[in-house]
Design a binder for this molecule. Structure first.
Ligand code: 26Q
Length: 822
């Protein structure tokens, strides 16, 4: 007769202190006499962790008993950032913790900043997954995330002499937020061969035999909702040599090194996050990661389903799996394999279950980012899966052939197998065929999906299979946590913090657009946020920036399509213009700080060159006495989630300037506007919907439209290309060595001047520079500027990730929330 413990967790400052101190002294075995900030962080985290665990257990039990459908979000990336601050706010005890820590002699900010970011992602796609977890928990959806427990997250970036250097991100030293589940393991098979066997009924079965086994071990992390006791689960798989394999035979035969090498090979699977963003590289280890993670997760889900004793036909009523891009597409094949090879279902019955289980989210239409895997590689690594892919393709093509007889071109175009040398498996096609819904992440992007890469599939399946769910962000982290003063000011006007759960309530702010006191407070908060960022810049770069200057920020992964090169070329143009001005003219100019941040994929030379150009321009401009405060150029090292929490609230204007049609959505655009900054952007991704919501007077749009991009590119290739005159002067300055060795930048310049300017930098340059002049003008009228900011924030309700989750739940998953009993 076990007695259930009745821990409730602390509620008061004193109880919090007791728990924290107890953890420092016992869990950490440290004396209070030498308790530093790290120990305080560790103790406080363990105290909050205890609280989360209690609710986490209850939530999981409740979800199991309720027996309703659950959502499984499959993503190779979850860019979580820090957990403690989020846990404090979601549980509603940050003030208690602040007071408690303060009495113990610590500032809560210093304690919070001890935590290492959980950086298991590259950029937008990974952060989206993290925002979705927050929203699903907050809205009480029974939902799990599934991913890999990388030993190394996205690399840490150092800027050394103006160049990016990558440092491994070993983040697991002390991580109180994860729980190893050594009892939850799955054996995952690789390689081997497929053989036909007859079962007792004389039916021929394909059996996958031989090869090697790697073990997946589960690690769980609690995901607390905001102001609800619902605490969901993020399950991460770690790879290790399967116990049978780490091999006592070898060991005993004296091959100690050999057996250790086997173990290391197994552990390599979950060792490192691939640092490419929007680029597909067909590496075997990446494919192994994908299968390892999909197979372990599906085994887990199927095991859970079997406990319900429901018939297989009920599987899609119990399970919704969302595929975050094509990275988990093998899950479709794996579920079909489980059902037909292991559970003995007929192909058609199994396939019906599979299609109704999966939904696929597309995040790009750029050809170089669309995933393809070579047939020989799949044959080698996953021979049974390749056969199933061929069968899926055959049945699909037969269906198409019936619907469109004799259209051989069509069959070639939509075949999962690309008839190249070697043959390739097109993962986006497989994901589309194996899912009941396909969605893009902003309206323009979803339209492009339907008219470009998946055009033929719309003809085949009809338009209803394809939909849009415009991205969103969690207002808890991206407003309340990152910008507490603004959140508090808003709450004081709209009456409560209810807007954090229903962001459309922000519209009540519109009454205060002309309220003098309110505007003054608004400005004070922005200024304080800029002072904080200026301090960070001072500490990390040694450059002093004036917080009264206009802060112009572009922080995101470095990519030619995102056009940081357009930004820095514009900055050089500004610099040349300032240099050519008289002292009188200079006085009229609004001082500016141009701030860049973001990581380049380690193998992406052009992106690294862009970083180097920004840093080189900074060196010159920041030390030019003529220029002074009129222009500063800053590169913020190692942009990540916790840096974003400091940077986002400090912008006056931010840049979202991708070539039209290339940025699927963008999400930092939403973060910046929600924090009271205006944006300059192209008609791309979610910028278009932001404009529709906040009004075109409140955004600085420029540049060519997506529908014209193809023709412009065509014109370049056929010699009708005229380099913009101002841009030519900028290139002349670079070529003249103004920013150091011109040779460093020749490939970058040539990509625009000689090599077709694929991203239309020259075509958009004039419009970009003119629009920045409008920004300068607008900034001079501070009163009007602040009104624009307030109006914009009041109209941002649509971009909450809660709204996204509602749309996914209703249109794609067909799941209901399961609120806790009051
Ligand atoms: C693929 C194959 C091999 C190795 C890596 C990859 C890989 C990894 C990451 C491919 C793509 C990504 C990440 C893509 C991404 O972040 N896309 C962004 O998704 C955001 C959320 O929908 C959008 O807002 C952005 O517009 C989109 O670029």
């Amino acid at each position: 007769a076990w007695k259930k413990h009745s821990a409730q967790g602390f509620k008061t400052k004193e109880e919090f202190q007791d728990e924290t101190v107890r953890h420092i002294e016992t869990s950490l075995a440290r004396s209070l006499f030498n308790c530093d900030e790290l120990a305080a962080y560790s103790g406080a985290s363990l105290a909050f962790r205890d609280r989360l665990i209690i609710e986490w257990n209850k939530t999981q039990q409740r979800q199991t008993f309720a027996g309703q459908k659950r959502v499984y979000y499959f993503s190779l990336e979850f860019l979580m950032g820090r957990a403690l601050d989020n846990a404090m706010l979601n549980v509603g005890l940050k003030d208690v913790a602040r007071d408690g820590l303060s009495e113990l002699g610590f500032r809560i900010e210093d304690v919070i900043s001890q935590e290492h970011d959980a950086a298991l992602g590259n950029g937008g796609l990974g952060r989206l997954a993290a925002c979705f977890l927050d929203s699903m928990a907050t809205m009480n959806y029974p939902a799990w995330g599934y991913a890999l427990r990388y030993k190394y997250g996205i690399f840490k970036q150092e800027i050394v002499d103006g160049y990016q250097v990558e440092i491994p991100d070993y983040w697991l030293d002390f991580n109180p937020w994860e729980f190893p589940r050594h009892d939850i393991t799955v054996d995952i098979q690789f390689y081997g061969s497929v053989n036909k066997h007859q079962n007792e009924d004389g039916k021929t079965l394909s059996v996958w035999e031989g090869g090697e086994i790697v073990q997946a071990v589960a690690y769980d992390a609690p995901i607390p909702g905001y102001e609800t006791s619902t605490t969901n689960n993020l399950r991460l798989w770690s790879s290790k040599a399967s116990s049978g394999e780490f091999d006592f035979q070898k060991f005993n035969a004296g091959e100690y090194e050999g057996s250790v090498a086997d173990q290391q090979r197994a552990e390599t699977i979950s060792a490192v996050l691939y640092p490419n963003d929007n680029l597909d590289r067909g590496k075997e280890l990446r494919l192994k990661q994908q299968y390892f993670w999909c197979a372990a997760s599906l085994f887990d889900i199927v095991r859970r389903f079997k406990k319900t004793k429901k018939p297989w036909s009920a599987f899609p009523d119990q399970v919704a799996i969302q595929l975050n891009d094509t990275h988990p597409t093998l899950a479709i094949v794996e579920l079909q394999r489980i059902l037909i090879d292991l559970e003995g279902l007929e192909w058609d019955d199994a396939w019906h279950i599979v299609v109704n289980t999966f939904g696929y989210t597309n995040h790009t239409v750029m050809p170089e980012a669309l995933e393809k895997w070579s047939v020989p590689l799949l044959q080698h690594l996953l021979p049974r899966h390749l056969l199933i892919i061929y069968d899926i393709n055959m049945k699909f093509l037969q269906m198409v052939e019936k619907q469109f007889p004799k259209d051989r071109d069509l069959l070639g175009r939509v075949s999962i197998i690309e008839e190249s040398q070697p043959k390739m498996v097109r993962m986006a096609f497989l994901a589309t065929i194996g899912s009941h819904k396909v969605n893009g992440v902003a309206e323009l992007h979803s339209d492009l999906v339907k008219t470009t890469i998946l055009k033929d599939f719309v003809k085949i399946y009809g338009p209803d299979k394809f939909t849009n769910v415009t991205n969103g962000i969690t207002p808890r982290r991206w407003l309340h946590q990152a910008n507490p003063r603004l959140s508090e000011l808003i709450a004081s006007k709209v009456g409560s913090y209810e807007f954090l759960k229903d962001l459309t309530l922000l519209n009540k702010l519109e009454h205060y657009v002309d309220d003098k006191d309110f505007k003054k407070e608004w400005q004070d908060i922005k200024y304080a946020n800029k002072v904080r960022l200026a301090q960070h810049i001072m500490n990390t770069t040694g450059v002093k920036v004036n917080p009264k200057a206009l802060f112009d920020i572009q922080v995101k992964r470095i990519h030619e399509y995102k056009r940081q090169q357009l930004n820095i070329l514009g900055v050089i143009h500004r610099y040349l213009t300032i240099k050519a001005m008289s002292a009188e003219e200079r006085k009229k100019l609004a001082p500016r700080v141009s701030i860049f941040g973001g990581k380049a994929a380690p193998g992406y030379w052009m992106a690294k060159t862009i970083i180097h150009l920004v840093c080189s321009v900074g060196e010159v401009v920041n030390n030019d006495k003529d220029v002074g405060d009129l222009l500063k150029v800053i590169y913020i090292e190692d942009y990540n989630v916790s840096k974003a929490e400091i940077i986002t609230p400090a912008s006056d204007i931010s840049e979202h300037i991708s070539t039209a049609g290339t940025e699927a959505s963008g999400t930092s655009n939403m973060k910046f506007v929600l924090n009271g900054g205006l944006i300059i952007g192209t008609c791309d991704g979610a910028n278009i919907e932001i404009t529709r919501e906040i009004g075109e007077n409140n955004i600085f749009l420029f540049g060519n439209l997506a529908e014209d991009v193809e023709d412009l590119r065509h014109a370049h290739t056929y010699g009708k290309f005229q380099l913009d005159e101002d841009l030519k002067k900028v290139f002349d300055a670079i070529k003249g060595g103004l920013f150091g060795d011109a040779g460093h930048f020749s490939a970058l310049c040539n990509s625009i001047v000689d090599h077709g300017d694929y991203y239309l930098v020259s075509d958009d340059f004039n419009s970009y520079v003119k629009t920045h002049a409008l920004v300068d003008e607008a900034y001079k009228d501070q009163d009007e500027w602040v009104s624009k900011c307030i109006t914009s924030v009041s109209r941002m309700g649509f971009f909450s990730s809660d709204r996204c989750i509602q749309e996914y739940a209703d249109m794609i998953w067909n799941v209901e929330p399961l609120p806790p009993k009051p």
